[in-house]
Design a protein around this ligand. Structure first.
Ligand code: SF4
Ligand code: F3S
Length: 117
């Protein structure tokens, strides 16, 4: 399961490093969403998002979060050659999250943490 204390236990990937990743082949590193390392593509992709956080190294692209989120927080991104799945959900619109916790409850592998704080 995702570490709910990831923001204390991990380091946020720098903007410079993110720019590098965005210009590389995969599109898993969208604009605006923080990434918490370690990140070593394609095997290790880190945790994406802060208020709504998805552990990319746990997500297996079930899709229930994206299909059921009432405010469409998530979008699909390609993660070619990741050992668990070749697509993941990016919490692109995490600022719209209404803290309903549906995604947290529905994910079969507990890849999502939502912190209403
Ligand atoms: Fe969407 Fe609810 Fe999850 Fe927020 S907690 S991302 S509103 S499903
Ligand atoms: Fe991934 Fe879980 Fe959603 S496996 S696609 S975060 S329901």
């Amino acid at each position: 399961a995702i570490d709910p204390n990831f923001d204390q236990n991990r380091e946020q990937v720098s903007e410079e490093k993110l720019d590098e990743l965005r210009s590389s082949e995969n599109d898993a590193f969208g604009d605006g969403v923080a990434v918490w390392g370690p990140v070593e593509p394609p095997e290790k992709l880190g945790i994406h998002g802060t208020h709504v956080a998805v552990d990319y190294d746990i997500c297996l692209a079930d899709g229930a979060c994206l299909e059921n989120c009432p405010v469409d927080v998530f979008t699909w991104v390609d993660t070619p050659d990741h050992p668990v799945s070749e697509t993941k959900v990016e919490p692109t619109n995490e600022d719209q999250c209404i803290d309903c916790m549906l995604c947290v409850d529905i994910c079969p592998v507990d890849a999502i943490d939502v912190d209403p704080g």
